[in-house]
Ligand binder design. Structure first.
Ligand code: 5GP
Ligand code: ZN
Length: 143
């Protein structure tokens, strides 16, 4: 993808409008246009990186630092009781905008998002052998 075609690069440059939340040297944040909860925020590096595979450490650290500042500011009852933070990395992970972004979803005990029941409905059982094989595969990836 060309950076000139990237919707989040256009938001970062101000070429298209957004509801800006806060920013730091490396990163900006703004309200998601299709929020799954009130106050759903996206935090992105100012520079274009498609995702976790190509982001540099400085941009990632700055993006996470801003996400941490926002979540600490809004949670604990100031705006919401809690938050979920997540990154969709790659098409298989349902990433739709190919500019790295961290979702911050404000959460309240009565918000009926049913995140936990969805999660529990996906829980799988693996044998001890399968767990050991899985661990070996992941550790090999990290060599
Ligand atoms: P993904 O599915 O890639 O993890 O999330 C992309 C997010 O970007 C979606 O939640 C979507 O609503 C949001 N989004 C897509 N286009 C725009 C836009 O033009 N402005 C804003 N503020 N959010 C957008
Ligand atoms: Zn971009």
């Amino acid at each position: 993808m060309q950076e000139s075609d990237c919707i989040f690069c256009m938001i970062a440059s101000g070429a298209i409008p957004s509801y800006k939340v806060a920013s730091n040297e490396t990163s900006i944040s703004f309200l998601d246009i299709n929020p799954i909860a009130r106050g759903h925020i996206l935090v992105i590096p100012r520079k274009h990186f498609s995702g976790l595979d190509d982001v540099d450490h400085e941009a990632f650290a700055g993006t996470m630092e801003l996400a941490l500042r926002i979540t600490r500011s809004i949670s604990g009852g100031r705006f919401s009781e809690g938050t979920n933070l997540f990154v969709s990395n790659g098409e298989a992970a349902d990433q739709t905008v190919k500019h790295l972004h961290v979702h911050i979803v404000p959460r309240n005990s009565d918000d009926n998002l049913q995140w936990n029941s969805w999660w529990l409905s996906k829980v799988k059982q693996y044998s001890e052998g399968e767990m050991a094989d899985t661990l070996e595969l992941i550790r090999k990836c990290m060599e």
